[in-house]
Write a protein that binds this ligand. Sequence first.
Ligand code: PMP
Length: 447
Amino acid sequence: MKNWSDLDKRYLWHPFTQMLEWTDTDPLVIQRGEGNYLIDTDGRRYLDGISSLWVNVHGHCRDALDKAIIEQLGIVAHSTLLGLSSIPSIALAEKLVKIVPEGLTRVFYSDSGSTAVEVALKMAFQYWRNLGRHTKRKFVTLAEAYHGDTIGSVSLGQIDLFHSIFQPLLFHTFSLPTPFPYRHPDLSLEECRDRSLDHLRALAEDHAEEIAAVVVEPLVQGAAGMIVHPPGFLRGVESLCREFDILLVCDEVATGFGRTGKMFACEHEGVRPDLMSVAKGLSGGYLPLAATLATEKIYEAFLGEYAEYKTFFHGHSYTGNALACAVACANLDIFESERILEQLQPKIALLQELLSTEIAPLPHVGEVRQCGFMVGIEIVEDSAKRQSYAPELRTGARITQDVRSRGVILRPLGDVVVMMPPLSVTQDEIRTLVASTAQSIAKVCGA
Ligand code: PMP
């Protein structure tokens, strides 16, 4: 039998990974998936507590999803959307437009969250140019923003560890202070929210004619450590965008498809973005697929004679891939046929209760942040002083390593332990997830 671990170390280069450290570890090689579990090459089962990096929605090897792909395989795997159209891409676009926030009527496909953001950036930029307003070409994002790894989306990014090395390649982006209550214990939730909104107002007053769009992750900044924004923040951003004639781009790559308890996070505040990027959960964790949704107003600004250069010159070889669109249709159908969002509410409540009784009281837990099925557990050396561990101790990574030995897969974001279970996780599995995490935190940090 092949030694997959050795071959991995010989041939692969892993994302976001210091490969020198990786080669010193014994990589966990996943062989197959079954419902909410992943199974390694030795047959050990792990609860997939991060939905295979926030993408898996209804579990692994779901019959209806497998069948959708197999059926489409027997028809055609791929044909281009450049100069042709295809049935699965049309069918999915119609389904998407029916479930996204009102006003988003046009679907532009790409392959990953990063490209869906990149498309939104280029559309926002070109929208203003097509209207003759050439100065509106800058973007505003939140401190600690993360919107993907392509150069445009990295230009929006504000996580030093990931982004600062690429600075010479990037365009300038305006930065807003993140409304992050845990980092501002001196401020009330409202003050924390208003501080960011006041900053945006000041920026808009001085620079509205330069700003194309504000780009935000609605409600929760995932990669920044599951920062949950105070209520009213997103609505406040939207109303400032309207007041100053700035586009609002919502990056629902992580928050979309039920993650926050509603289909899209924007819905919690009744917000209607001008552009919205989706990916991850769109295909249920099966195939790479993303989409950028636009309003009719934006779409219409791209209409004109060929020589007017209003056309949106962007597209990828696999744009609107038939297999991916077919499985995404089946993925959305499950939401409806199994009333997933309804079924989710008691599970979210149970998760919240267990986090507050079993995790929050642990001495080295600074804060538990939860929005639906997005959870960040901030691990600290001293919770009274909100003092972090030294980064070189890699406390978050040691906790997620330990929890693996208990049959659960989690990921750290620095010293924030992240939980993002599939929406199909059962109540018993939620109990296991929380209990194992509590044990690992206590073991690594001391009870
Ligand atoms: N936007 C957000 C909010 C994300 O969380 C991510 C990925 N974690 C991306 C964009 C990039 O998506 P992808 O990794 O599919 O390129």
